[in-house]
Design a protein around this ligand. Sequence first.
Ligand SMILES: [Zn+2]
Length: 174
Amino acid sequence: MKRARALQIYTDPLQHALIAAAVAAPLVPRAGRRVLITAIAAALVIDIDHAVAARSVRIDATTSLLTRPRTHSLVTALGVGAGVTTAAGPVHGWAAFGALASHLLHDAGDRAAPTPMLWPLAPARQLGRRRQLVGTAVLLLGSIAISRAMAAGGRAHSAAAADGGGAAAHPQTA
Ligand SMILES: [Zn+2]
């Protein structure tokens, strides 16, 4: 039992990285592989607070009683997503948001400490694996929808350029 918990603790970062990369994967053909780096970084960095807590508090004591840190909230995911959108554009912003949301869902899917996903609106609780699966699928569909919208936008743009609409769109004042 103890060994299973230890295994979970040490493979968690890998699982978070893989899930985040899977959620962001549909964006790669349009936005390039860097969205994967954005997603994986976001999914891993949020657990720095766990590492800090684990060093000061015995892991046994944290498994059932304490809640996960308040950074494990959709408020954080939205804030980071907005910040990354400002810095690197909306696709990277979505990748960061999706990665963090998938991380929260994965954390809320186990039977360890409650996850304050809806903090400060609702108390911390676990959602279970089934809801994790549904939520992660919704994030994945979001990435597919964004990728399709970008493809459609690209087609509209090249059609306009082929029409000679590109010149009309940028009138020059001589
Ligand atoms: Zn976590």
